[in-house]
Design a protein around this ligand. Sequence first.
Ligand code: HT7
Ligand code: ZN
Length: 876
Amino acid sequence: IEPVRLADYRPTHYAIRTVALDFRLDPEATEVTADLRLERRDGTAPGTPLVLDGDELELVAVEIDGARLKPDAYEAGPSQLTLLDPPAGAFTLRIVTRIAPALNTKLMGLYRTSGNYCTQCEAEGFRRITYFLDRPDVLAVYRTRIEARKAEAPYLLANGNRIEGGDIPGTDRHYAVWHDPHPKPSYLFALVGGDFDVLRDRFVTMSGRDVALEIYVEHGKVERAAYAMDSLKRSMKWDEEVFGLEYDLDIFMIVAVSDFNMGAMENKGLNVFNDKYVLAARETATDADYSHIEGVIAHEYFHNWTGNRITCRNWFQLCLKEGLTVFRDQEFSSDQRSRAVKRIMDVKLLKSHQFPEDAGPLAHPVRPETYREINNFYTATVYEKGAEVVRMLKTMLGPDGFRAGMDLYFKRHDGDAATIEDFLAAFADATGRDLTQFMLWYRQAGTPELAVSTDYDPGAKTLRLTFEQTCPPSPGQAAKEPMAIPVRFGLVGPNGEDMDYGSIEGVAVAGDVMLLTAPRHEVVVSGVGARPVPSLLRGFSAPVKLSVNLDTDDQLFLLAHDADPFNRWQAAQTLATRTLVEGSKALGDGRAMSIDTRLIDAYRQIAADDRLDHAFRALVLGVPGEADIAREIGSEVDPDRVYAARETLRRAIATGAEDVLAGLHDGLALSGAYAPDAASAGRRSLRNMALELLLLVGGPDAEARVVAHYEAADNMTDRYAALSALVLNGSTAAGAMLADFYRRFEGDSLVIDKWFVVQAMAPVAATLDRVRALTGHPAFSFTNPNRFRALVTTFATGNQTQFARADGAGFGFVADMVLDMDKRNPQVAARLLSAFRSWRALEGRRRAQAEVELKRVAAAPGLSRDVADIAARCLQ
Ligand code: HT7
Ligand code: ZN
């Protein structure tokens, strides 16, 4: 497959000014009439052919200015329509296509979900509806008419404001007409037709615009949309208060569907959501589900400005909307909840998903320069690292400089299809700063490594800090240039408080941020009265791998005293990681794993410290995940040893803090009405962490405690915590509890997904057969991405020991699933295949098995571009 290259970008020869669409909805034969008002762009020679994109389309008719085109005036196929000699002046092109939503298993373009019609056009789905210049730099004003049988689709929705509608006399049909005054690219087009329940509300914007808010859900689920509606209103208010950004239509609609390839989609005025990010009730959704709903609702709403009003010039600029919008939703959640806890959770996600991506064959820059299949670039790097890059900008420019840059960006580019260069130019111009070096964060892949050595001279009262940055090679980028790395820091004095200091030589400093720009900086801090423990990279001020020559005592000191909660958490992670990396090596060599009792004491103290936030304590007690440990080990990884080391450490913490944990579990139960707020959720998270650890201590009391917890639960967070503790621990009572859970929630698909997830994650040899058997369970479905991801993708990405079984059977099963799914839904298949991305870091036998399966996939006939691309890159 030929790659698309950023260097080859050219604007289109023709502009499309307006689009009038007419849909006659039918499951097998929807007819779409598109009237496109086209114009040759300046600089395009008259007679230049107009080449429109298509995908699996059937052309019914084509006309120019009302006259049918002669067959020799155009060339048409399922994936292209070319007008060989278009008129010299502006003209209207009418294209009639026929599509079959009921047969659309890719869930791109117009498809069916639970008997309703819906669309997904990002990135290249619009071309599955009609022939078009289906790229983000072609902006047009859309008018959409939809017609359908009234009984089948009582609601007919599209972007913008509804301007007309009614019954069609003498038929059982009706219609609606929508007009979106804001020019937009085709990927933001949306249409929904179907039968729903609706939750309605209103929001008055800061300038007094009265906006109707509507959330459409499948019948019987409207009560479960209340939290989403509340999140939406809070998001709208927050964007006004924090960024001065106001909503710009008279109506904002969200439709929750059960078949969806990703999380949600920010179509102008008509967001379409995976229902798992809308529906929540105490008995069915966990606290994590509630916080995801809040975050995703905010994210899609925030796209209205960062993505819709200012869109991307081409798909290479995807991070322009995604990284920035993730940053905005992170900030929103930080303001709604605990900033420190949110930051730790975001960094956990970055390290567990983006760092491995950046270290393997799928690594790519935040702004890639080539792609073969754009759907494979909706990645942790574009989203999460993209958000980190925006966060660094704010750290470097300060809150006022950052806001000035954002304001200028909106002022300059509203209505544009912009680039990362435009984005950075706004910050450079608003603040007078040179961001040339900073641009490397968008251009260079790989996680920079920052090694720091510290040396205190008591005589001179100076602290010397030597910083050295390197960045390992990544595909297509052998050598890297030094990056601009902001390091937020403090010096923690002997009394545990931040110390004052004098001047700092050797690096530029603004406030508590040093800005490293060179491969090596020798920094001397003077006027340091006593030996400090430096706290570096506070708040994770840059997405780098930091190693500092601090010994266990220093790290324990930071864990106990650092004023920066992120670095307290990080100190625990650093100590645990050292123990686990050493431990898994020791287990491999047939030695016992050694665990410093001071570390266990520290965990015990954190658990018992009532001055600390509950959620924060729970996070500190959560030792690094298996994938994090594997990443630290780097090569010749044996997942069984990693797992064994991790369980040994967790058991040691549980045993050492048993009385404290029992006290927490007994004392933290909440009485009264359930609320999903951060404080209550934090309390539950600490209590459930205590429960999980207590089970590791073992004995009949521990298991009985979990069973009692499950039975007493009045919410899904507590019930699911008990279920997953038992199942993941392989406890004897797990089978009965799984059966009970299924009975209670049978028919509630989103909850049954949790039942699939927990079984797919069980770290025991029987899991593979169990997962295989569950693919035949009546509640499972190969056509629904949520079901498939819950069972199969979770097995591949959330169960290191069983996916990477030494006999290769886990890899074989997943490869079979990829090939099977590829025929139906290539996007879902390709995501599953990316689970192989760290295969080269495995020990020899497993590595060889993974390679065999990857090669089998790569060689299969008729592969989609999505899967072929991932397979080829994994093997390169
Ligand atoms: N912008 C949205 C991306 C998306 C998507 C991409 C490819 C295929 C299907 C998709 N559904 C949604 C989601 C977002 O980041 O907000
Ligand atoms: Zn997004």
